[in-house]
Design a protein around this ligand. Structure first.
Ligand SMILES: C[S@@+](CC[C@H](N)C(=O)[O-])C[C@H]1O[C@@H](n2cnc3c(N)ncnc32)[C@H](O)[C@@H]1O
Ligand code: SF4
Length: 379
C-alpha cells in the first residue's frame, strides 16, 4: 500500500514568541473541542481523497499541541487508525512546550499512542530564554526534559542557536545540557529573523538580533562536532539522530516523509498537504484562522482553502530541493523526476555534490551553501 503521513496543526499558543512565523493564535485557555470536531471531519474528507493507504506517521505540530488534552489527542489518533492502515512502524509524534510539562498529561498522551515527544527547549539559559520571549526558564527546561525522558522512549529536543552575542562556549553549554539526557534526537535550528514577526520589525528598525555569517558557520560546525562526538548522526541540515538498532536511526519519520516525497495529509488551520492523485500531485492549504477552518468544514466537509495541481517540473524540483537537505540525498531515478538529467560537472568539481548508489547528495561543504547548490542543480 502507498505510504501516507498525517500532519495535524494545533494553532494555539499560551504566548506568541517574537521570532515565530508559524500559523499561531493566542490561546484562550482550555477547550478547542470545536476544532477537534472539525479536524475529525476534515480527516474523513482526506480519506475520501487518498483512498486506502499505509499510515507511517501522525504528527501533532503547532502552535502548541501540548495545550490539547489527552482525550483530544487520543480521539484524533483513533480516527486516523480507523481511516487508514497503521504501518508496523507508525510514529506518533507531538510537539510540546516545557511549560506544559505535566506527568499525568504526558502519560495520557503515551497511553493514547504518542510514541515520540519533541520538546521546544530552545535554550537552558535564563537570559536567552527571556530574549526569545519564552514562557519557561532554564530550570523548567531541565525538569521538562527529565520528565519527557522518563515517560517516552523517543524524545527529541529543539534548540535555537545564533542569537546576537552568543559565543561558542554558550552554545556548547546548551548542547551539553541537552546531551546530559537520554534523548534520541536533537534539532538545532539557527535563529531566523522572519518578516512580519516582532523580531522582523525590530530588525527593520535597525536592531541586531542574530550573529553574523562567520559566527553562524562556527556555531554550525560546533554543533556537528559536539553531536558527532556524542554518537549522533547528522542526517539533515538541522537534525541529528542517535543511532539505535531497533529504529531507523531514530530519525523523525514524519519529517523524512516531507524530505523523501511521501504524500501527507495537512489537517488543521493553515496546514499544508501533498497528495498524488490519478491526475497528478496536488498541493493543498487549509483555511488559516481556526474560525474560518471550522466554518469551512461545517459548510463543505473539508478545511481546504486552496488546491493547486503541481506541474511535473514543480514536483521534480520540490523532490530535489527536499532531498538535498538530507545526508542520503535523493534517488536519481525517482518517478517524480520523470527521467530528468542533471548536469553536475561543475558542482562535483567544486566538491559540492556527489553521487552514490544511484543517489545524488550534497557534500558537507555543499550543505553549507545549500540554496546555491540547489539553484545550480535545477538550473
Ligand atoms: C513550530 S515550533 C513548535 C514547537 C513549540 N510550540 C515550541 O515553541 O516549543 C517548532 C520549532 O521551530 C523552531 N523555530 C520556530 N521559529 C524559529 C525561528 N524563527 N528561528 C529558528 N527556529 C525557529 C523552534 O525551535 C521550535 O521549537
Ligand atoms: S515558537 Fe512555539 S510557542 Fe512560540 S509562538 Fe511559535 S509555535 Fe507558539
Amino acid at each position: 500500500m502507498t505510504p501516507l503521513a498525517v500532519y495535524i496543526h494545533w494553532p494555539y499558543c499560551a504566548r506568541i514568541c517574537p521570532y515565530c512565523d508559524f500559523n499561531v493564535y493566542k490561546s484562550k485557555g482550555a477547550g478547542g473541542d470545536d476544532l477537534v470536531t472539525a479536524i475529525l471531519a476534515d480527516l474523513r474528507q482526506w480519506r475520501e481523497m487518498s483512498g486506502p493507504r499505509a499510515l507511517t506517521s501522525i504528527h501533532f505540530g503547532g502552535g502548541t499541541p501540548s495545550l490539547m488534552s489527552d482525550w483530544q489527542i487520543g480521539t484524533l489518533i483513533t480516527a486516523c487508525g480507523d481511516l487508514w492502515t497503521a504501518a508496523d512502524t507508525l510514529e506518533i509524534g507531538l510537539e510540546a512546550n516545557p511549560d506544559d510539562a505535566d506527568a499525568a498529561l504526558w502519560q495520557g498522551y503515551r497511553a493514547a499512542g504518542v510514541n515520540r515527544l519533541s520538546l521546544g527547549i530552545q535554550s537552558f539559559d535564563d537570559q536567552v530564554l527571556s530574549f526569545l520571549g519564552r514562557n519557561h526558564d532554564g530550570a523548567a527546561a531541565t525538569e521538562a526534559l527529565d520528565m519527557a525522558c522518563r515517560i517516552f522512549d523517543n524524545v527529541s529536543a529543539d534548540l535555537i542557536f545564533g542569537h546576537d552575542g552568543q559565543s561558542a562556549p554558550d552554545w556548547a553549554a546548551d548542547l551539553d545540557a541537552a546531551l546530559a539526557f537520554p534523548i534520541t534526537h536533537l534539532s538545532a535550528y539557527q535563529l531566523t529573523i522572519e518578516p512580519g514577526t516582532a523580531f522582523g520589525r525590530a530588525a527593520q528598525r535597525g536592531k541586531t538580533l542574530d550573529v553574523n555569517e562567520d559566527m553562524s558557520a562556527q556555531l554550525y560546525e560546533l554543533t556537528e562536532a559536539r553531536l558527532g562526538a556524542a554518537g549522533f548522526t547528522h542526517y539533515e541540515i538541522s537534525n541529528y539522530a542517535r543511532p539505535m538498532a531497533s529504529q531507523a536511526q531514530n530519525r523523525s519519520a514524519h519529517n523524512m516523509a516531507y524530505w523523501t516525497g511521501v504524500d501527507y495529509v495537512g489537517a488543521g488551520p493553515g496546514a499544508h498537504g501533498r497528495l498524488t492523485t490519478d491526475a497528478g500531485r496536488i498541493a493543498t492549504t487549509a483555511h488559516m484562522t481556526p474560525g474560518a477552518y471550522i466554518n469551512a468544514v461545517a459548510a463543505t466537509g473539508s478545511g481546504i482553502l486552496d488546491t493547486e495541481a503541481l506541474s511535473s517540473d514543480e514536483v521534480a524540483e520540490e523532490y530535489v530541493m527536499m532531498g538535498l537537505r538530507i545526508a542520503e540525498g535523493f534517488d536519481a531515478a525517482h518517478p517524480y523526476l520523470n527521467g530528468r538529467h542533471f548536469d553536475m560537472a561543475e558542482l562535483s568539481a567544486a566538491d559540492l555534490i556527489e553521487t552514490k548508489n544511484g543517489r545524488i547528495m550534497a557534500t558537507d561543504k555543499g550543505r553549507l551553501v545549500l540554496n546555491e547548490v540547489t539553484r545550480q542543480l535545477l538550473a
